[in-house]
Write a new protein. Structure first.
Length: 622
């Protein structure tokens, strides 16, 4: 280890002693939770800390998603029915809003007194909401349009829909969430040395989750904990980098779930669960609020089943008026996740009965210039692994699912009202979906048990989708990313063909020139590695088409290392850089390319590397 690395680590150690990890990430707490659920899927025990930072725990072959209260909100190994056990979608219905707070209380009280979810709509005489189907404007560019130069931006789920992260750049300055969780550092990358210009102290919240940068504004999302959690969106004018000015401050009930940025509007999603003993005559004990005002009953969407335990609260604000809320809705639910297209928001969650879940409820809400319009609700047989398995194209929704009842996989295509158009069922008996990419008129998804079948599907006729081919190779790809014309990058794990035991992190490049005959034309095993956060967090991937570069951090026998690659069809994957990642803390490493430099950020350390020589070109401790 070089002297400068020792200096960095010594300084880091002193700083890290002052940082306390969240209780949920303490090793003993994690071990306790895992012991109750079973073994982590074929990964060495030392991956525990890394997996803790991801949203999904892969346990005993199941995906357990946890909300802040520790409730399991999706367990595909379990199943419920009470409904017909056929592989199809159920009839689409209109979303319904509450007539008054008494109706909301009735739904919440049913959950507290009886528990469980019947999967049937029970509320009578509910108000049916008609959606405003006027097409919203196209999604904005995730990169700040005001900046110049070539630089990478946060890897997002949906092109044109921006996402927040813990590191952002405008092409010159780096904005970095410090390890203490309540300061954002501003670092000037111009010149030979990195220059720390100071920090923004975010004292309006206890913990900053992530932030956006746009047009000299830093939009910070953070949480405050207590008897009830709430989330704030704080907007700073950072034109004067050394004297940022707070220009907007809004808040809403609940812990932070996610957010998006489209056409100058921030869309905020929080999970709200009331810790109060509910009193029917006191709505404040069970109704969420936005900017101190209770959400009106007409803006509360009832669940497509008898009971609900919590809400997703959604609000919008325009960055030109960052101290005002444009619109809000509260979605009554029992957990679940969301996917945001350029025009609509889809909430999906497993419906429950007798403690066994498999069917997935999907609710669609359109958004346009900050205004929300409920559209429809439906139910499909099977569970959705993640947001890459649900995709909107030309107004239709395509969904890839694993059905626990039949132990098969399938694909559904629904119209703009969530009614059936086409489907494929009965695929890959005994396996389950690991990753998917639905791109235009062709879709690709990977299932896994012992080998990795990469299915290609023709989606050009939504009423008649067809499987074009299936490529079987050892291992599995957890993440798929389009990489230039007719190329698909897979990042996953190698696996023993007989036992299915995972080995090293694996890169695959698939040629998709002929979707009916997809080939794995190149692969690379990153030896002595057993984990990468990219497998469960797509924001951990830096990918720059302008530079033909992609990179991410891995965990292995030598600790955490940053891997940087380029690719061409002649040589395949070429590793340009493999360097130790310095830094501590619970947050995953991030990386950014600005012009001819790569910046690797972990904890309070930024290290710069030349893209000409791939040697270190400077560092700073924040």
């Amino acid at each position: 280890m070089e002297d400068k690395d020792k200096d960095i680590l010594e300084k880091l150690q002193k700083e890290s002693e002052q940082i306390q990890p969240p209780p949920s990430l303490e090793p003993e707490e994690l071990k306790s939770r895992l012991a109750q659920k079973g073994k982590v899927r074929k990964f060495p025990a030392k991956t525990l800390g890394a997996i803790a930072a991801s949203l999904a725990l892969i346990i005993g072959g199941s995906i357990f998603l946890m909300n802040r209260q520790g409730q399991t909100i999706l367990t595909p190994d379990t199943d419920h029915t009470g409904r017909a056990q056929n592989e199809t979608t159920k009839g689409a219905e209109s979303l319904q809003a509450a007539k008054d707070y008494g109706e909301v209380y009735q739904v919440m009280a049913a959950n507290q007194t009886e528990g469980g979810f019947s999967g049937e709509v029970m509320v009578e005489d509910a108000v049916t909401l008609e959606a405003d189907m006027a097409a919203p404007t196209a999604g904005g560019n995730a990169k700040s349009m005001s900046s110049s130069g070539v630089y990478s931006d946060t890897n997002v789920r949906q092109e044109g829909v921006g996402e927040a992260d813990i590191v952002k750049t405008d092409g010159r300055y780096l904005y970095v969430l410090k390890d203490n969780g309540y300061e954002v550092a501003i670092v000037d990358t111009e010149g030979e040395k990195l220059k720390d210009l100071g920090t923004i102290l975010i004292d309006e919240v206890e913990t900053v989750r992530e932030f956006y940068y746009d047009n000299e504004r830093l939009v910070v999302v953070g949480e405050t904990y207590g008897e009830e959690n709430y989330t704030r969106v704080l907007t700073y004018n950072v034109k004067d980098k050394e004297n940022p000015e707070l220009i907007g401050n809004v808040k809403q009930s609940g812990s932070y779930q996610s957010s998006r940025f489209v056409d100058g509007y921030i869309y905020l999603f929080t999970n709200y669960y009331s810790y109060h003993a509910m009193e029917k005559s006191e709505p404040i004990t069970y109704i969420p609020s936005v900017n101190g005002e209770l959400i009106e009953a007409k803006n509360i969407i009832l669940p497509p089943y008898q009971r609900a335990s919590e809400y997703t609260v959604i609000s919008s604000l325009k960055l030109e008026k960052p101290d005002k809320i444009v619109d809000s809705k509260a979605i009554m639910k029992a957990g679940g996740e969301l996917y945001v297209s350029n025009e609509n928001i889809y909430f999906y969650e497993v419906s429950w009965q007798d403690g066994y879940g498999n069917d997935t409820n999907i609710r669609k809400i359109s958004y346009q210039k900050g205004e929300f319009s409920p559209v429809a609700v439906t139910n499909v047989s099977g569970y959705i692994k993640d947001s890459f398995c649900i995709d909107e194209y030309q107004g239709n929704l395509r969904i890839v699912v694993t059905n626990r009842r039949s132990e098969t996989n399938g694909l559904y295509i629904l119209d703009e009202k969530l009614k059936d158009l086409g489907k494929i069922t009965g695929l890959a008996k005994g396996e389950r979906i690991y990753s998917a990419r639905l791109m235009g008129e062709t879709g690709y998804f990977v299932t896994f048990k012992e080998t990795d079948p990469l299915f290609s599907v023709d989606l050009s006729d939504p009423k008649s989708p067809k499987v074009l081919g299936a490529l079987k190779i050892p291992g599995f790809s957890e993440y798929l990313h389009p990489y230039g014309e007719n190329r698909l990058l897979g990042i996953g794990m190698d696996a023993d063909e007989e036992t299915g035991v995972a080995g090293s992190v694996k890169l695959s490049m698939f040629a998709t020139d002929d979707p009916s005959d997809v080939e794995e034309i190149h692969k690379l095993l990153i030896e002595n590695t057993f984990y990468s956060s990219v497998l469960y967090d797509y924001k951990a991937l830096m990918i720059s088409a302008d530079h033909n570069l992609f990179g991410f951090a891995t965990e292995g026998e030598g600790g955490q290392k940053y891997q940087l690659f380029t690719y061409n069809d002649e040589e395949g994957f070429v590793r340009l850089l493999e360097e130790e990642v310095n830094g501590t803390g619970s947050r995953e490493a991030r990386s950014v390319v600005i012009e001819n430099r790569l910046y690797v950020i972990k904890g309070n350390i930024i290290e710069a590397y030349s893209l000409d020589t791939y040697e270190e070109a400077g560092n700073v401790i924040l």
